[in-house]
Design a protein around this ligand. Structure first.
Ligand SMILES: [Zn+2]
Length: 211
């Protein structure tokens, strides 16, 4: 019988044994866990004021690569949202802001100053450096985070590590996953299994139409 046994689990990492799972399914699950589970990332930045030495695109890139805590229960991908709007709505995007005024000394603006309109969807850590501001330099912006998948852009990768190791039994495989922090490792595995089931299902439907 097919089963899944958790061998090791902590905040950043999970190790599971997939029993009686053919290698191609185990490998499909590994790939989905890496780039096929939706997570939030900043996708659009409106710079209101930037007198730092970093160009606007540089600021936007730093923000895009900041891992954002993800809640898959309340939000949907923009492509599946009823709003059908390019701007998005409260179900498919979250606004974050930085308003870092000038100080007397040079200082580092961190992700702690990237404040979110949502209680959950916000940077996974307060300690990620975003920009250095010298005296009299300012940074003010609005950033929009959306759900996306790593297959589209690496900023939406759900895991930093997703590897399969063999066990000696060809039907058993060990899957190791390390999260970016956007989701818990267990959430990645369960969302990954759901996604794999969905894809196999639609594949079966395609096969059946071929008769
Ligand atoms: Zn929407």
């Amino acid at each position: 019988m097919t089963s899944l046994e958790i061998i090791e689990q902590n905040e950043r990492k999970i190790v599971v044994k997939l029993k009686n799972v053919p290698l191609q399914y185990a490998n499909a699950l590994r790939r989905i866990c890496l780039t096929g589970v939706p997570v939030f990332a900043i996708d659009d930045v409106v710079i209101i004021e930037n007198s730092s030495v970093l160009a606007d695109e540089g600021v936007a890139h730093r923000l895009a690569m900041t891992p954002i805590k993800t809640d898959l229960t309340r939000f949907v991908e923009a492509s599946n949202c009823d709003c059908h709007s390019e701007v998005g709505c409260s179900r498919c995007r979250v606004m974050l802001m930085i308003d870092a005024g000038s100080a007397d000394t040079t200082r580092t603006v961190t992700s702690a100053e990237l404040t979110s309109e949502d209680e959950v969807v916000k940077p996974v850590s307060d300690k990620i450096p975003i920009i250095e501001l010298a005296p009299n330099q300012k940074l003010k912006l609005e950033a929009y985070a959306r759900l996306g998948r790593g297959t589209e852009h690496a900023k939406w990768n759900s895991a930093t590590v997703s590897v399969l190791t063999e066990t000696g039994n060809p039907e058993d495989h060990i899957l190791t996953i390390e999260t970016t922090g956007a989701l818990t490792p267990a959430q990645i595995v369960s969302a990954g299994i759901e996604e794999l089931a969905k894809r196999l299902d639609s594949f079966k439907q395609v096969i059946s139409t071929l008769g």
